[in-house]
Design a protein around this ligand. Structure first.
Ligand SMILES: NC(=O)c1ccc[n+]([C@@H]2O[C@H](COP(=O)([O-])OP(=O)(O)OC[C@H]3O[C@@H](n4cnc5c(N)ncnc54)[C@H](OP(=O)(O)O)[C@@H]3O)[C@@H](O)[C@H]2O)c1
Length: 267
């Protein structure tokens, strides 16, 4: 099994790397680990190799850089063959306000990382995966969205819009890839305990730990789920969110807490 995961240095991506390493321990499997912080990737790769005897390949890059991802995919394919699962998980979230000129840069970065970064991740693998899928090998693209992409959340315009774009983009891709036997799954996390949600100062319903989330994520991928909200309780919340009329949504959001705005040195 060959698996390629972006955003593997922390939170959900790191937990997924552990989960897949556990599932394919002591086999001829490889996990490609992508992020900007190579020191975290190196530490993770050493742990996975020692504990689970699995091969890891590290790619230190920014998902905004399409040529870097193209180079990484070429290297991965040359060394290990076509990936069976590509997980575009890298993402950022910060509070943003349209009325603030300084937030234009933040909007751009959030879109570039969360949306374009996903396209940059999938694109260079597709030709090779079409060939491997035609030979009957498993081929699956997995995009990580968010419940925040179901409706517009106040104070989170950039993040909500980027994840709404991810949901639609993955659906388009799924309908395109069905002709080639490449499965496309959209995984929609609710609140998962990671450095991203550690910043939130409000109560997060149905907050789930990363290892439990990673198990459910990998199960959904194995079942080739087209669209899966995890945890299931958030699935019901999302269904309700989707169907309430705009005036009721505005009322419900009147007192909703806003995501924290921070300095943009993280860009
Ligand atoms: N946690 C939740 O409750 C939750 C809910 C809904 C959706 N999600 C989504 O789940 C995904 C993972 O989030 P998380 O909670 O695990 O957050 P996290 O702990 O902050 O991890 C984010 C990961 O993305 C990587 N990343 C960020 N910008 C990148 C860039 N420009 N290029 C390459 N890698 C980049 C980070 O690595 P480097 O900084 O080393 O590059 C890190 O590995 C995101 O797409 C997020 O939107 C999370």
């Amino acid at each position: 099994m060959n698996i390629f995961i972006t955003g593997a240095s922390s939170g959900i991506g790191k937990a997924l790397a552990y989960e897949y390493a556990k599932r394919y321990a002591n086999t001829q499997s490889t996990i490609g680990l992508v992020a900007r912080h190579s020191e975290y990737l190196q530490k993770l790769a050493t742990e996975l190799q020692d504990q689970y005897k699995i091969t890891c390949a590290i790619y230190q890059l920014d998902v905004r850089d399409s040529s870097a991802l193209s180079g990484a995919s070429q290297d991965f394919i040359t060394r290990f063959g076509a990936p069976n699962i590509v997980i575009a998980n890298a993402g950022v979230s910060r509070g943003t306000l349209t009325e603030l000129k300084e937030d234009i840069t933040a909007f751009q970065a959030i879109f570039d990382i969360n949306v374009m970064g996903m396209m940059h991740t999938f694109q260079p693998f597709i030709t090779t995966m079409k060939l491997s899928a035609a030979k009957g090998e498993a081929a699956q693209l997995v995009g990580v969205a968010s419940v925040a992409g179901i409706r517009g959340i106040p104070g989170s315009g950039a993040y909500s819009a980027s994840k709404a774009a991810v949901i639609s983009y993955c659906e388009s891709l799924r309908t395109e890839m069905q002709h080639y036997n490449i499965a496309v799954s959209t995984i929609v996390p609710g609140y998962i305990r990671t450095p991203m949600t550690d910043l939130n100062q409000y109560k997060m319903p149905f907050l789930m730990d990363t290892d439990k989330f990673a198990q459910k994520f990998a199960n959904a991928v194995k079942a080739k789920a087209r669209f899966k909200i995890i945890p299931w309780q958030m699935g019901w919340v999302a269904r309700f969110m989707r169907f309430i009329p705009p005036f009721l949504w505005d009322f419900a959001m009147k007192k909703a807490p806003h995501k924290k705005r921070l300095d943009w040195d993280w860009l």
